[in-house]
Design a protein around this ligand. Sequence first.
Ligand SMILES: Nc1ncnc2c1ncn2[C@@H]1O[C@H](COP(=O)(O)OP(=O)(O)O)[C@@H](O)[C@H]1O
Ligand SMILES: Nc1ccn([C@H]2C[C@H](O)[C@@H](COP(=O)(O)OP(=O)(O)O)O2)c(=O)n1
Ligand SMILES: [Mg+2]
Length: 236
Amino acid sequence: MWRRAASLSSLIFSSSQPLRDQGAYSLKAWKFFCADSSKGAGYFSKEKNLFITFVLGGPGSGKGTQCAKIVENFGYTHLSAGELLRREIASNSEDGAMLLDTIKEGKIVPSEVTVKLIQKEMESCGNCKFLIDGFPRNEENRIAFEQIIGAEPNNVLFFDCPEEEMIKRVLSRNEGRVDDNIDTIRKRLKVFAASHHPVIEHYSKKGKLYKIDAIGTEDEIFERVRPVFAACEGAQ
Ligand SMILES: Nc1ncnc2c1ncn2[C@@H]1O[C@H](COP(=O)(O)OP(=O)(O)O)[C@@H](O)[C@H]1O
Ligand SMILES: Nc1ccn([C@H]2C[C@H](O)[C@@H](COP(=O)(O)OP(=O)(O)O)O2)c(=O)n1
Ligand SMILES: [Mg+2]
């Protein structure tokens, strides 16, 4: 465990906190909770019962791609904030038109809407290990999560990718998304540049941030991600 922590130090942004403090306690509590299926509603608001990783990075930085690999290798439940919003739009909900307009304009949806969708998924999920992808995108998102869910992430991954590469990837994503066009991506990159630093800084100061170089093949990048999760498994 301690040897692993040392080898991970290069991934951590100005972190002085030992890896043990970044999740081992919560993971122990998670094992206890998962063995005790009699716990009632609202369990998710008790931070010690959850193991949460936020997955951050600009549009096209590879968050979704790497989350799929983490799920496959480490058994997490993947909650993509963008995907939950797209599902909400597709379900013809009351908020649908506002959400679609916000996403087309490359802006961030009001935090309460997004956090409520995440909350619903967390409440209905039997697993306690969550990857929350594309969230929090700004300080408002971060604070709303803490207030509504009553929990903080154990770890935060940040995929660091140059803008030109993000543009190239988004424009060749080919998933039929309304925001995968050059106008929207330029707006999204401006919003990203203006809003992600305080969030990253916040988690960096708490020693929870792992900055991952997002350039390389998908497999090469996963080899940079793997030690973060392998260390958590090792702590069990
Ligand atoms: N390392 C990589 N190199 C090249 N293309 C990639 C890489 N990782 C992901 N992609 C592709 O780039 C696009 C954006 O990836 P995605 O995982 O959807 O990013 P995000 O969720 O951060 O927007 C997808 O088409 C994906 O297949
Ligand atoms: N926390 C979030 C996450 C996504 N959204 C909205 C705005 C984003 O541009 C879209 C798409 O998000 P998504 O995470 O799927 O996008 P990328 O995978 O980064 O390309 O959803 C949001 O408003 N708030
Ligand atoms: Mg994505």
